[in-house]
Design a protein around this ligand. Structure first.
Ligand SMILES: [Zn+2]
Length: 137
């Protein structure tokens, strides 16, 4: 998928329109993200969604790499997100340009990691329930 396709897909899911199972999994994860951060603007969820569709890479436990897009205001081609021992997330955009303003809020790189983790969990639950159905038949 190119960025244009990803944006179209993210926009639909944000409106609750799903075309396949993967979108439905994503929508469920998005609802959880909304419940966790209810005060964000639509563009914040939109960016998080786009980033997850574009691919969030889990490099090792507690360490993710999120792709950067100039269209989303990113200055770098990727960002590193780590989860600290206390559970908080830290993105290296906080220490880069404009980091100070971003730090006060949760950047959408971190939002993407949270959403990606939720999506993976929902997907696992979905797949295991599919397997159970298969076992019964
Ligand atoms: Zn960031």
């Amino acid at each position: 998928m190119d960025l244009g396709e990803i944006i179209g897909r993210a926009r639909r899911v944000l409106r609750g329109i799903t075309r396949d199972r993967y979108d439905r999994v994503m929508l469920e994860a998005l609802e959880e993200l909304r419940a966790l951060f209810p005060d964000k603007r639509g563009s914040w969820y939109m960016r998080a969604l786009i980033r997850v569709y574009a691919g969030v890479r889990n490099i090792k436990p507690g360490f993710w790499r999120v792709r950067g897009f100039p269209e989303l205001g990113d200055r770098y081609s990727f960002y590193n997100v780590v989860q600290l021992r206390d559970g908080r997330y830290f993105c290296d955009c906080y220490s880069r340009a404009f980091g100070y303003t971003r730090r006060k809020t949760i950047c959408t790189h971190v939002a993407a990691v949270i959403l990606a983790r939720k999506k993976n969990r929902v997907l696992e639950e979905f797949l295991s329930s599919e397997l159970e159905k298969t076992d019964l038949s």
